[in-house]
Design a protein around this ligand. Structure first.
Ligand SMILES: Cc1cc2nc3c(=O)[nH]c(=O)nc-3n(C[C@H](O)[C@H](O)[C@H](O)COP(=O)(O)O)c2cc1C
Length: 321
């Protein structure tokens, strides 16, 4: 097994960086249910340099989130390096570069997955960031730009050669966005390339303990990263851990889910303010209360609620507690 630069856990589980989802409060909750490594939402390198308050706040984390990585994106050498240097002063455990975001407004600026069309630039920008900070630098990317262009095996070798210390691969191309199923065959090919010695983190569609076990065995990756399946379901890390250990997953009751959900809402409000926390929490409810009878009516109320008090009233009223 390859060595991670920032932890010694055997087969770590990562919470995926997700904009407006993987904030500090959600990261802490995922850690408490067994995520081993968490990463910030992606932060614009230009915004870090311009000292934009909203972006700088994304660099803040709590000690109990460690190991914690700050993820930056951009396409300009000086900005990326300067942003990495600033991020380093927050003392995360590593700096992750986002070379995978498929969103149009990022790609049209040459950042995120746009770089998959210019591998020499990807390599040289990554090398510049590696050289500008003392912390380990890692990369998260996709298989390639589209079906006809999936150079991830070459990319992995070249990024390793310029000094990255971990590579996360989402098994889709940019043109797939989040559609279809993730193709893990190329992730396995990267991992099984005898030239590769850095840890390879597999990402894409892990949504159960069973699948985690299957993909771990089939593709031999050093770690798994879970994104969408953790939204409103931080318990998935415990489920995966139990299944990997050959045990039956723990059962989480409505009461546990309600408690966890309210804890997340309150702690998010303490960090980013009530309005934003109430808004962003909306993404999580379907996950937390999947399968709960009559939740549809509550959800309509939650989608309109403007305050924590309103959310609490809806969630706690007439429930099975
Ligand atoms: C709402 C949302 C926001 C995301 N934001 C980021 C991000 O900031 N940085 C990043 O590298 N990937 C981001 N991603 C991609 C995820 O990290 C992950 O690669 C992708 O969802 C595939 O994993 P999954 O199938 O487990 O969800 C985002 C995905 C979603 C759904």
């Amino acid at each position: 097994m390859a060595q991670f630069p920032f932890l010694t856990v055997d087969f770590p589980l990562f919470l995926a960086p997700m904009e407006e989802v993987s904030d500090s409060s959600f990261r802490a909750i995922c850690k408490s249910f067994g995520a081993d490594v968490v990463i910030s939402e992606f932060v614009s390198s230009e915004a870090i340099i311009r000292d934009v308050d909203k972006s700088k706040r994304k660099l803040i984390f709590h000690e109990d989130e460690r190991p914690f990585g700050i993820q930056i994106f951009g396409n300009n050498r000086d900005s990326l390096c300067q942003a990495a240097e600033i991020a380093e002063t927050y003392h995360p455990d590593f700096i992750d570069i986002n070379w995978g975001c498929p969103v149009k407004k990022i790609v049209t600026k040459g950042a995120g997955s746009a770089i998959l069309k210019d591998i020499p630039k990807m390599v040289s920008l990554t090398e510049a960031v590696v050289q500008s900070v003392k912390l380990p630098v890692t990369v998260k990317t996709r298989l390639g730009w589209d079906e006809t262009n999936q150079p991830i095996v070459e990319i992995a070798e070249r990024l390793q050669d310029v000094g990255i210390q971990m590579l996360t691969i989402h098994g889709r191309t940019r043109s797939q966005f989040y559609k279809g199923t993730a193709d893990w065959t190329l992730i396995g090919k990267v991992k099984n390339n005898p030239r590769i010695f850095i840890p390879i983190v597999g990402n894409g569609d892990i949504d159960s303990g069973e699948k985690a076990l299957q993909y771990k065995n089939e593709y031999g990756v050093d770690a798994l990263m879970v994104g969408r399946a953790a939204i409103g379901n931080p318990f998935i890390f415990d489920e995966i851990r139990q299944v990997l250990a050959g045990k039956c997953p723990n059962v989480y009751l409505y009461r546990d889910k309600l408690e966890t959900c309210l804890k997340q809402l309150r702690s998010a409000a303490a960090v980013k303010g009530e309005k934003k926390a109430v808004l962003e929490m909306r993404r999580h409810y379907s996950g937390y209360f999947k399968g709960v009878s009559h939740f549809k009516e509550k959800k309509i109320g939650l989608m309109q609620a403007q305050s924590i008090e309103e959310c609490e009233n809806i969630l706690i009223k007439n429930n099975e507690l």
